[in-house]
Write a protein that binds this ligand. Structure first.
Ligand code: ADP
Length: 215
Protein backbone atom coordinates (compact mmCIF):
# COMPACT_ATOMS: atom_id res chain seq x y z
CA UNK A 1 0.00 0.00 0.00
CA UNK A 2 1.52 3.32 -1.06
CA UNK A 3 1.79 6.15 1.38
CA UNK A 4 0.93 9.41 -0.36
CA UNK A 5 1.55 12.42 1.83
CA UNK A 6 -1.23 14.79 0.87
CA UNK A 7 -0.67 16.57 4.21
CA UNK A 8 2.74 17.75 3.02
CA UNK A 9 1.24 19.02 -0.24
CA UNK A 10 -1.48 20.77 1.74
CA UNK A 11 1.15 22.41 3.98
CA UNK A 12 3.08 23.57 0.89
CA UNK A 13 -0.01 25.11 -0.70
CA UNK A 14 -1.18 26.67 2.54
CA UNK A 15 2.19 28.37 2.93
CA UNK A 16 2.43 29.38 -0.74
CA UNK A 17 -0.95 31.10 -0.77
CA UNK A 18 -1.14 32.39 2.78
CA UNK A 19 -2.54 35.93 2.81
CA UNK A 20 -2.89 36.06 -1.00
CA UNK A 21 -5.18 38.96 -1.90
CA UNK A 22 -6.52 38.38 -5.42
CA UNK A 23 -8.99 35.65 -4.47
CA UNK A 24 -6.54 32.78 -5.13
CA UNK A 25 -5.81 32.32 -1.45
CA UNK A 26 -5.56 29.13 0.58
CA UNK A 27 -9.28 29.10 1.38
CA UNK A 28 -10.04 29.03 -2.38
CA UNK A 29 -7.82 25.96 -2.61
CA UNK A 30 -9.58 24.34 0.32
CA UNK A 31 -13.02 24.95 -1.24
CA UNK A 32 -11.88 23.57 -4.63
CA UNK A 33 -10.60 20.44 -2.91
CA UNK A 34 -13.96 20.01 -1.13
CA UNK A 35 -15.88 20.65 -4.36
CA UNK A 36 -13.73 18.06 -6.13
CA UNK A 37 -14.38 15.45 -3.44
CA UNK A 38 -18.11 16.17 -3.69
CA UNK A 39 -18.05 15.71 -7.48
CA UNK A 40 -16.09 12.52 -7.03
CA UNK A 41 -18.61 10.85 -4.70
CA UNK A 42 -19.88 7.62 -6.17
CA UNK A 43 -17.40 7.72 -9.09
CA UNK A 44 -15.30 4.60 -9.35
CA UNK A 45 -12.05 4.23 -11.18
CA UNK A 46 -10.74 7.76 -10.69
CA UNK A 47 -7.41 8.40 -8.96
CA UNK A 48 -8.61 10.45 -6.00
CA UNK A 49 -5.08 11.25 -4.77
CA UNK A 50 -4.26 12.77 -8.17
CA UNK A 51 -7.46 14.83 -7.94
CA UNK A 52 -6.70 16.07 -4.43
CA UNK A 53 -3.09 16.91 -5.26
CA UNK A 54 -4.10 18.76 -8.44
CA UNK A 55 -6.76 20.67 -6.51
CA UNK A 56 -4.23 21.58 -3.80
CA UNK A 57 -1.63 22.75 -6.34
CA UNK A 58 -3.84 24.14 -9.10
CA UNK A 59 -2.78 27.75 -8.55
CA UNK A 60 0.92 26.96 -8.13
CA UNK A 61 1.99 28.59 -11.42
CA UNK A 62 -0.85 31.05 -11.93
CA UNK A 63 0.48 34.25 -13.48
CA UNK A 64 -2.08 36.18 -11.42
CA UNK A 65 -0.02 35.34 -8.34
CA UNK A 66 2.79 37.66 -7.29
CA UNK A 67 6.04 36.38 -8.75
CA UNK A 68 7.45 35.47 -5.34
CA UNK A 69 4.54 33.07 -4.75
CA UNK A 70 4.82 31.18 -8.04
CA UNK A 71 6.47 27.79 -8.29
CA UNK A 72 8.11 26.19 -11.30
CA UNK A 73 6.90 22.92 -12.75
CA UNK A 74 10.21 21.30 -11.68
CA UNK A 75 9.62 22.27 -8.05
CA UNK A 76 6.09 20.88 -8.13
CA UNK A 77 7.18 17.67 -9.82
CA UNK A 78 9.86 17.12 -7.15
CA UNK A 79 7.35 17.83 -4.38
CA UNK A 80 4.91 15.31 -5.86
CA UNK A 81 7.44 12.51 -6.21
CA UNK A 82 8.82 13.26 -2.71
CA UNK A 83 5.26 12.88 -1.43
CA UNK A 84 4.86 9.41 -2.91
CA UNK A 85 3.45 9.96 -6.40
CA UNK A 86 5.00 8.07 -9.30
CA UNK A 87 6.72 10.04 -12.06
CA UNK A 88 3.75 9.26 -14.34
CA UNK A 89 1.28 10.61 -11.81
CA UNK A 90 3.48 13.68 -11.28
CA UNK A 91 3.35 14.35 -15.03
CA UNK A 92 -0.44 13.83 -15.07
CA UNK A 93 -0.91 16.28 -12.19
CA UNK A 94 1.29 18.88 -13.90
CA UNK A 95 -0.75 18.48 -17.09
CA UNK A 96 -3.94 19.15 -15.13
CA UNK A 97 -2.52 22.23 -13.40
CA UNK A 98 -1.11 23.65 -16.63
CA UNK A 99 -4.33 23.19 -18.60
CA UNK A 100 -7.00 23.83 -16.01
CA UNK A 101 -7.54 27.45 -16.70
CA UNK A 102 -8.45 27.51 -20.34
CA UNK A 103 -8.27 31.07 -21.58
CA UNK A 104 -8.99 30.41 -25.25
CA UNK A 105 -6.80 31.49 -28.12
CA UNK A 106 -5.31 28.01 -28.44
CA UNK A 107 -6.68 24.55 -29.06
CA UNK A 108 -8.65 23.30 -26.09
CA UNK A 109 -6.36 20.92 -24.24
CA UNK A 110 -7.80 17.53 -23.43
CA UNK A 111 -8.02 16.78 -19.73
CA UNK A 112 -8.13 13.40 -18.01
CA UNK A 113 -11.27 12.54 -16.03
CA UNK A 114 -9.35 13.62 -12.90
CA UNK A 115 -8.57 16.93 -14.60
CA UNK A 116 -12.20 17.42 -15.58
CA UNK A 117 -13.26 16.98 -11.96
CA UNK A 118 -10.73 19.56 -10.72
CA UNK A 119 -11.70 21.97 -13.50
CA UNK A 120 -15.37 21.71 -12.57
CA UNK A 121 -14.50 22.12 -8.89
CA UNK A 122 -12.51 25.29 -9.67
CA UNK A 123 -15.30 26.68 -11.84
CA UNK A 124 -17.85 26.08 -9.08
CA UNK A 125 -15.81 28.35 -6.82
CA UNK A 126 -16.30 31.17 -9.35
CA UNK A 127 -20.10 30.78 -9.05
CA UNK A 128 -22.82 31.39 -6.46
CA UNK A 129 -22.39 33.59 -3.40
CA UNK A 130 -18.69 32.81 -3.22
CA UNK A 131 -18.33 33.58 -6.92
CA UNK A 132 -19.95 37.00 -6.46
CA UNK A 133 -17.63 37.75 -3.54
CA UNK A 134 -14.56 36.61 -5.48
CA UNK A 135 -15.40 38.69 -8.55
CA UNK A 136 -15.51 41.82 -6.40
CA UNK A 137 -12.39 40.83 -4.49
CA UNK A 138 -10.47 40.29 -7.72
CA UNK A 139 -11.84 43.46 -9.24
CA UNK A 140 -10.86 45.57 -6.23
CA UNK A 141 -7.40 43.99 -6.22
CA UNK A 142 -7.02 44.84 -9.94
CA UNK A 143 -8.34 48.38 -9.44
CA UNK A 144 -11.33 47.80 -11.75
CA UNK A 145 -14.59 49.66 -11.37
CA UNK A 146 -17.73 48.17 -9.90
CA UNK A 147 -19.64 48.58 -13.15
CA UNK A 148 -19.45 50.74 -16.27
CA UNK A 149 -22.64 50.76 -18.38
CA UNK A 150 -20.67 52.25 -21.30
CA UNK A 151 -18.18 49.41 -21.39
CA UNK A 152 -18.82 46.69 -23.94
CA UNK A 153 -18.39 43.12 -22.83
CA UNK A 154 -15.11 41.76 -24.12
CA UNK A 155 -16.65 39.53 -26.76
CA UNK A 156 -17.95 42.61 -28.51
CA UNK A 157 -14.53 44.29 -28.50
CA UNK A 158 -11.96 44.27 -31.27
CA UNK A 159 -8.63 42.55 -30.51
CA UNK A 160 -7.05 45.95 -29.83
CA UNK A 161 -9.80 47.13 -27.52
CA UNK A 162 -9.61 43.78 -25.74
CA UNK A 163 -5.90 44.18 -25.02
CA UNK A 164 -6.18 47.79 -23.96
CA UNK A 165 -9.59 47.60 -22.38
CA UNK A 166 -10.48 47.20 -18.74
CA UNK A 167 -13.25 45.08 -17.41
CA UNK A 168 -15.40 45.70 -14.37
CA UNK A 169 -16.71 43.35 -11.71
CA UNK A 170 -20.23 43.29 -13.19
CA UNK A 171 -19.04 43.05 -16.80
CA UNK A 172 -17.03 39.99 -15.84
CA UNK A 173 -20.26 38.18 -14.94
CA UNK A 174 -21.35 38.47 -18.58
CA UNK A 175 -17.91 37.87 -20.06
CA UNK A 176 -17.30 34.64 -18.24
CA UNK A 177 -19.15 33.66 -15.09
CA UNK A 178 -22.70 33.21 -16.42
CA UNK A 179 -21.32 31.06 -19.24
CA UNK A 180 -19.66 28.54 -16.97
CA UNK A 181 -22.61 26.09 -16.52
CA UNK A 182 -22.50 25.33 -20.26
CA UNK A 183 -18.80 24.53 -20.00
CA UNK A 184 -19.00 22.05 -17.13
CA UNK A 185 -17.58 18.60 -17.78
CA UNK A 186 -19.66 16.53 -15.36
CA UNK A 187 -23.45 16.28 -14.99
CA UNK A 188 -23.24 16.78 -11.24
CA UNK A 189 -21.01 19.82 -11.70
CA UNK A 190 -23.42 21.29 -14.25
CA UNK A 191 -26.41 20.90 -11.91
CA UNK A 192 -24.62 22.64 -9.06
CA UNK A 193 -23.36 25.33 -11.47
CA UNK A 194 -26.91 25.99 -12.72
CA UNK A 195 -28.20 26.42 -9.20
CA UNK A 196 -25.31 28.73 -8.29
CA UNK A 197 -25.88 30.84 -11.39
CA UNK A 198 -29.48 31.45 -10.26
CA UNK A 199 -28.09 33.09 -7.11
CA UNK A 200 -26.00 35.35 -9.36
CA UNK A 201 -28.90 36.19 -11.67
CA UNK A 202 -31.01 37.20 -8.66
CA UNK A 203 -28.14 39.33 -7.43
CA UNK A 204 -27.81 41.02 -10.86
CA UNK A 205 -31.58 41.71 -11.03
CA UNK A 206 -31.39 43.41 -7.66
CA UNK A 207 -28.15 45.22 -8.57
CA UNK A 208 -29.67 46.79 -11.69
CA UNK A 209 -32.87 47.81 -9.90
CA UNK A 210 -30.80 49.61 -7.30
CA UNK A 211 -28.42 51.02 -9.97
CA UNK A 212 -31.37 52.60 -11.79
CA UNK A 213 -32.79 53.90 -8.49
CA UNK A 214 -35.99 51.92 -9.01
CA UNK A 215 -36.11 50.52 -5.49
P1 ADP B 1 -9.22 30.57 -13.09
O1 ADP B 1 -9.47 29.96 -11.72
O2 ADP B 1 -9.92 29.88 -14.20
O3 ADP B 1 -7.77 30.88 -13.36
P2 ADP B 1 -9.36 33.31 -12.86
O4 ADP B 1 -8.02 33.25 -12.21
O5 ADP B 1 -9.52 33.96 -14.19
O6 ADP B 1 -9.96 31.89 -12.99
O7 ADP B 1 -10.37 33.94 -11.86
C1 ADP B 1 -10.30 33.74 -10.50
C2 ADP B 1 -11.38 34.56 -9.82
O8 ADP B 1 -11.22 35.93 -10.14
C3 ADP B 1 -12.77 34.15 -10.31
O9 ADP B 1 -13.67 34.09 -9.24
C4 ADP B 1 -13.13 35.24 -11.30
O10 ADP B 1 -14.48 35.52 -11.30
C5 ADP B 1 -12.36 36.43 -10.80
N1 ADP B 1 -11.96 37.25 -11.95
C6 ADP B 1 -11.09 36.94 -12.93
N2 ADP B 1 -11.00 37.94 -13.85
C7 ADP B 1 -11.85 38.90 -13.41
C8 ADP B 1 -12.23 40.19 -13.88
N3 ADP B 1 -11.72 40.70 -14.99
N4 ADP B 1 -13.14 40.90 -13.16
C9 ADP B 1 -13.67 40.39 -12.01
N5 ADP B 1 -13.35 39.19 -11.52
C10 ADP B 1 -12.47 38.44 -12.20
Amino acid sequence: MRNIQLNDIEAFSRQQLYNEKSGHDWFHIERVRKNALLLLEGETGANSAVIEAAALLHEAFDTKLDVHRRSTSGEIFNLLTACGFSAGEGTDILHIIENLSFKGGRERPSLSFEGEIVQDADRLDALGAIGIARAFTYSGWKGQDLFDPELKVREEMSEREYREGESTAINHFYEKLLKLPALMNTDRGRKIAQSRVKVMENFLDEFFLEWKGIK
